[in-house]
Ligand binder design. Structure first.
Ligand code: PLP
Length: 396
């Protein structure tokens, strides 16, 4: 018999396992470790949202829904997105409810790409971008953003990567893992490129409610979606979801907003693979959108305080780090210690029981930095910072 390994499709064999998961297997079951690792809110889902899911079960709502998702949820999404991004989408045919932004990413590339088509994306980035393109038989073309430039994506770098095979540009602002927020002028230039070269933009805006504005980072900043720029709605697939701002990771719920033709193509794949997202999660999401804003703001303020704590402590211990404008990640530069980011993270784990993620898990552009997630309780972050300071002190 042919070895089973040889039966795995070539494109699946070619993709690596997630560097984050590999690293965190080292941590599993270790209560002594403070984890600043996995990018997941430490808050439970706000109670009124959980209650809506419970009511849904109580009322016996345990059926499939429309493939696109409950119409009442799509109407709420249209209302919410209009308020947030100032873009109008028709709930009847421009909004698709998915199993997290993860599924939406899978759908959009399977819907758009023919084998060999190229997708430009910016690194360091969320670990699933490259595999999502490769699994759709596309070619993922990374552009490096740089720590010296606060990880801004430069339109000139995007333009240099465009070829006659480029079909789409994938953007993520605020960015996982850096927390970077794109300056409006640069976003406008990227939009102009998309129009000039007739490209689709896939914009993952899952962290857009988590912004840290003002001098002290405490006020809600302002987010501009590329979909809201002139001429962009018709060529943008906007992805958003409930995992981060509403602390609903386990509900597995996201959505895409896109022109009807693209929504229909994504829906066709979704209907044969997922069929629909869970009805209990969809009922909970309606409640989240209707009444969740105060809880989102409470959590955002808590993240802002933790971000400020980390920034202060990094500065005191001489760990260079730019002040991130959004998400819940810090991406300090550890190059001056002469260790690779993996060595730095492994030694910190072994010597001080603090888990962070090596920057190269997010693409080669992340090498030299590490990701510390502050979706962890303030007092735990304080202890983690004491331990990190001791470690950095020994390295210096
Ligand atoms: N996009 C980004 C940038 C993320 O950081 C994550 C999760 O960490 C996701 C998408 C996946 O989100 P979801 O839970 O909605 O599948």
């Amino acid at each position: 018999m042919k070895p089973l390994q040889d039966r795995i499709a070539h494109h699946v064999r070619s993709i690596p396992r997630s560097g984050i998961r590999d690293f965190f297997e080292l941590v599993v079951g270790r209560d002594d470790v403070i984890s600043l690792g996995v990018g997941e809110p430490d808050f439970s889902t706000p109670w009124h949202i959980r209650e809506a899911a419970i009511y849904s079960l109580e009322k016996g709502q345990t059926s499939y829904t429309s493939n696109l998702g409950l119409l009442s949820l799509r109407q709420e999404i249209a209302h919410y997105v209009k308020g947030l991004f100032k873009v109008s989408y028709n709930p009847a045919n421009e909004i698709l409810v998915t199993v997290g932004v993860s599924e939406a990413l899978d759908l959009v590339f399977r819907a758009l790409l023919n084998p060999g088509d190229e997708v430009i994306y910016h690194e360091p980035c969320y670990v699933s971008y490259n595999p999502s393109v490769v699994l759709a038989y596309g070619v993922a073309v990374p552009i490096q953003t740089r720590v010296e430039d606060n990880f801004v994506l430069r339109a000139e770098d995007v333009e240099a990567a465009i070829t006659d095979k480029t079909r789409a540009i994938l953007l993520n602002f605020p960015t996982n893992p850096t927390g970077a927020v794109e300056p409006l002028e640069e976003l406008e230039k990227i939009a102009a490129l998309a129009i000039r070269y007739d490209l689709i933009v896939v914009s993952d805006e899952i962290y857009c409610e988590l912004l840290y504005g003002g001098e002290d980072g405490m006020s809600p900043g302002h987010h501009t979606s590329i979909a809201s720029l002139p001429g962009m709605k018709e060529r943008t697939v906007l992805l958003h979801g409930f995992s981060k701002a509403f602390a609903m990771t386990g509900f597995r719920l996201g959505y895409s907003c896109a022109p009807a033709v693209l929504t229909e193509a994504m829906m066709k794949i979704h209907q044969y693979s997922m069929l629909c997202a869970s009805i209990m999660s969809q009922q909970a999401a309606i409640e989240a959108l209707r009444n969740g804003a105060p809880e989102v703001e409470r959590m955002r303020r808590a993240y802002a305080q933790r971000r400020n704590l980390m920034l202060k402590r990094f500065a005191e211990m001489g760990l260079p780090c730019f002040a991130p404008g959004g998400a819940f990640y810090m991406f300090p530069d550890v190059r001056k210690f002469g260790l690779s980011s993996k060595e730095f993270a492994l030694r910190l784990l072994q010597e001080e029981n603090v888990a962070i993620v090596p920057g190269d898990a997010f693409g080669s552009a992340g090498e030299g930095c590490v990701r510390a997630c502050y979706a962890t309780a303030y007092d735990k972050i304080e202890i983690a910072m004491d331990r990190l300071a001791a470690f950095v002190g020994r390295l210096s």
